[in-house]
Design a protein around this ligand. Structure first.
Ligand SMILES: Cc1ncc(COP(=O)(O)O)c(C=O)c1O
Length: 374
């Protein structure tokens, strides 16, 4: 018999990660010729051609270690935002940066607060540090900042906020966040995950980078995975006070972000035209989907992100399987405690149309009918 191994306590409460189905897997398993993936909020237009050139050039010298300080990228971020280069932390996507926040501020017995449903990784990284995660339900699909405030205790170290919120796509405004930040004790970190900030079309979205000077407890997390289309390269940034960036950088292994990712992010930052095209595709895509949902009498949550939650009234796992057979991969709402909802990423116009056709078909199918009724 083996002696019990000393697995760290924080690992016990963590469910093993089950990744979404890959496109190639579905093609192979179901023998389909055409499959579209609208499950992971990836960029349907790929990335900028300038990024591809920069990536190819960076690939010419794989034998060299990358710049551990991502200095060129930080210089460009500094130029574009007005923050100092020392205020940035470059990570292998927001996933890694979120983990750095937890490693920097959360210890055994500490509490962190997050809205629910939101991005589940906040809970995972908190538990990994043996912290306690306090979940605050959304109100009408929106983050309830007042309810979040009421959960603050002497043990609170971090408040995780996602704006626009994943999976609901809703935002809180400049005014709402401003009132909230004024009431938060300065010793509590507010980690603002803005993965989808570039897709917002509504009024009043806060420009949080401008507030870091006033609120040293604010950390803004952004990614190159979404509007820049670099999800596979794993790169994002945190912006914070110089002191916080310094501490977070201590969690980082020196070469955490490879040279291809750095060069690609830099080229992406310089191509505002590509981002504009992606933004416009997303805006038109959501208008098309809203209309198609309305025609089918389906409720949806108006979105400020690159995905939409739609309520079908059917069991989302069943619909997910049925849509898979039609060659469309989406995310069932059950994963977020929203059993009758689907989360669908906004795709190209062609992908959006194929999704709507498939949805119409499966909602008419007898197996789908009434599965959650009664
Ligand atoms: C809200 C939110 N935060 C962070 C991430 C992770 O992004 P990255 O690819 O930068 O790690 C995602 C990915 O989908 C997300 O939806």
């Amino acid at each position: 018999m083996c002696a019990a191994l000393p697995y760290k306590k924080g690992l016990h409460g963590i469910d093993p990660y089950i990744p979404g189905k890959r496109l190639e897997e579905v093609v192979q398993e179901l023998g389909l010729r055409k499959v579209i993936k609208l499950a992971s909020n990836e960029n349907p237009l790929g990335c900028s051609p300038r990024v591809k050139e920069a990536a190819a050039a960076a690939l010419q010298s794989p034998s060299r270690y990358p710049d551990g300080g991502s200095s060129e990228l930080k210089a460009e971020l500094s130029r574009q935002t007005g923050l100092r280069p020392q205020q940035f932390v470059i990570g292998a996507g927001s996933f890694e940066l979120i983990a750095f926040v937890a490693e920097t501020f959360i210890g055994p017995g500490d509490e962190a607060i997050m809205p629910e449903p939101s991005f589940s990784w906040y809970g995972t990284v908190t538990k990994l540090q043996e912290g306690r995660i306090i979940q605050v339900p959304l109100t009408e699909h929106r983050v309830d900042l007042d309810a979040v405030k009421r959960e603050i205790t002497d043990h609170t170290r971090v408040i995780w906020l996602c704006n626009p919120n994943n999976p609901t796509g809703t935002i809180f405004t400049h005014g709402e966040l401003s009132r909230f930040l004024k009431d938060i004790p300065p010793s509590i970190v507010v980690a603002m995950d803005e993965a989808y900030c570039d897709f917002v079309t509504g009024e009043g979205y806060p420009d949080t980078l401008d507030w870091i000077g006033q609120y040293p407890n604010l950390i803004v997390l952004r990614t190159f995975s979404k509007i820049y289309g670099l999800a596979s390269l794993r790169i994002g940034y945190a912006a914070a006070s110089e002191e916080t960036a310094d501490y977070m950088n201590r969690c980082r292994q020196i070469f955490n972000v490879n040279a291809v990712a750095q060069a690609s992010a830099l080229a992406g930052l310089k191509d505002a035209g590509f981002r504009e095209t992606v933004y416009e595709n997303n805006r038109q895509g959501k208008e098309y989907l809203y209309q198609a949902f309305e025609e089918q009498g389906l409720r949806y949550i108006p979105t400020e992100a690159s995905f939409i939650m739609v309520r079908t009234g059917q069991d989302s796992e069943t619909l997910y399987q049925q849509l898979l057979k039609e060659g469309v991969i989406i995310r069932p709402g059950a994963a977020y405690g929203m059993k009758e909802w689907l989360r669908v990423s906004i795709g190209t116009m062609e992908e959006n149309r194929l999704f709507i056709e498939a949805l119409r078909k499966v909602l008419k199918a007898p197996e789908a009918a009434g599965s959650l009724k009664g």
